[in-house]
Design a protein around this ligand. Structure first.
Ligand code: SAM
Length: 334
């Protein structure tokens, strides 16, 4: 850089038309030296020399990404470059035939970049599932779907056990009310849920929930109903505590023949057929929804699971505005 002052340094860097064409391109897209060479149809040494001049005057900056270096314009014309000066030059140079040609070749260069990633996916198609799990794990995408939950919901985790459902859902909703009858389970739930300030934990039975009428948007019985001698009593209670239009999520086992579970784990019911569960839901006043079987994980040893969502009244009816009750629950957790 010479010592004639910033405006003249800026001007000096722009006296060469190729440098202005480079700026026009980089304004639209960050590019590597190789990509600039193919757009400008110039040898690498020439492009590198111009980039050096532009870099020294503050017109371009670069970043490294793996083995490539990308050049781009600094945000808002910061550095020693002058946005006003560039506006004048851009208006002139942008209209030239050379700039028009550059613009077309830029499209092909960017398409070539896309083709490179398409080629990767074409060759990796068979490998992609393994690679995806290797890079990001097996569960990240099902967890990411939790962001679809309504952030204003109050959710009841009924028969919460050690609080796995509550822990999963709490970051995405307004409040979780976790209920269980077992002090030991609740002890484990308390330690798991300590960091989730929007979870209220309550001891109580599912046949007489310690929750006010109409205060939940969603209630969940996850692996719970097969333990209850009277599932309809618990379903009716869930309906009482849901708001009109509220949803009930059930996850449980399809009917199976593992009698030993009664002794080993206190199961009362050997799963439920869809027909049986639909009848229970209808008797409790719910509108049953579709049943979905849950694809078993490869190393899972238990019976197949289903999930279903049932509705209290009209499907999709609007949630009430944030109620006084939620404010009280918030105080309870504070
Ligand atoms: C198999 S665990 C499932 C726990 C949890 N939902 C999960 O998915 O990990 C069943 C839970 O229901 C609770 N439970 C069973 N009968 C209950 C009842 N009548 N009232 C309240 N909780 C009950 C048990 O204490 C236990 O924590």
């Amino acid at each position: 850089m010479n010592s004639t002052g910033p405006i003249l340094d800026n001007l000096a860097a722009l006296t060469e038309p190729v440098r202005c064409r480079i700026l026009l391109l980089l304004e639209r897209h960050e590019l590597t030296v190789g990509e600039l060479c193919s757009v400008l149809q110039l040898p690498q040494s020439t492009v590198s020399r111009h980039l050096k001049t532009l870099g020294e005057a503050g017109w371009v900056v670069s970043r490294r990404d793996g083995t490539s270096r990308y050049y781009y314009l600094p945000e808002g014309g910061e550095g020693s470059a002058s946005p006003q000066l560039w506006n004048i030059v851009r208006a002139e140079i942008g209209e030239t035939p050379a700039a028009g040609q550059d613009s077309k070749r830029l499209e092909s260069t960017l398409s070539a970049r896309r083709a490179k990633s398409e080629a990767f996916f074409a060759s990796a198609a068979g490998e992609w599932d393994r690679l995806r799990a290797e890079l990001f794990g097996k569960d990240f995408y099902s967890h990411s779907l939790l962001a679809l939950l309504d952030p204003g919901w109050v959710v009841g985790d009924l028969g919460c056990g050690t609080g796995q459902v509550s822990a999963l859902v709490a970051p995405f909703v307004e409040q979780v009310v976790a209920v269980d009858a077992s002090s030991e389970m609740l002890g484990a739930a308390r330690s798991r849920l300590r960091k989730h300030k929007n979870v209220v934990i309550r001891k109580g039975v599912l046949e007489k929930l310690p929750i006010d009428d109409g205060s939940l948007d969603v209630a969940a019985f996850m692996l719970v109903l097969h333990h209850l001698p009277d599932p309809v009593a618990a379903l009716s209670e869930a309906r009482r505590v849901l708001r009109p239009g509220g949803k009930l999520l059930i996850v449980d086992m399809y009917a199976h023949e593992r009698e030993e579970y009664k002794q080993q784990m206190g199961h009362v019911w050997l799963g439920f057929s869809e027909d049986k569960m639909s009848k229970h839901l209808a008797t409790s006043g719910f509108e049953p929804g579709a049943f979905h079987s849950i694809a078993p994980e490869a190393d899972a040893k238990g019976p197949a699971l289903f999930t279903t969502v049932a509705y209290k009244g009209v499907r999709g009816s609007k949630r009430q505005p944030r109620s006084q009750k939620v404010a009280e629950l918030a105080k309870e957790t504070a």
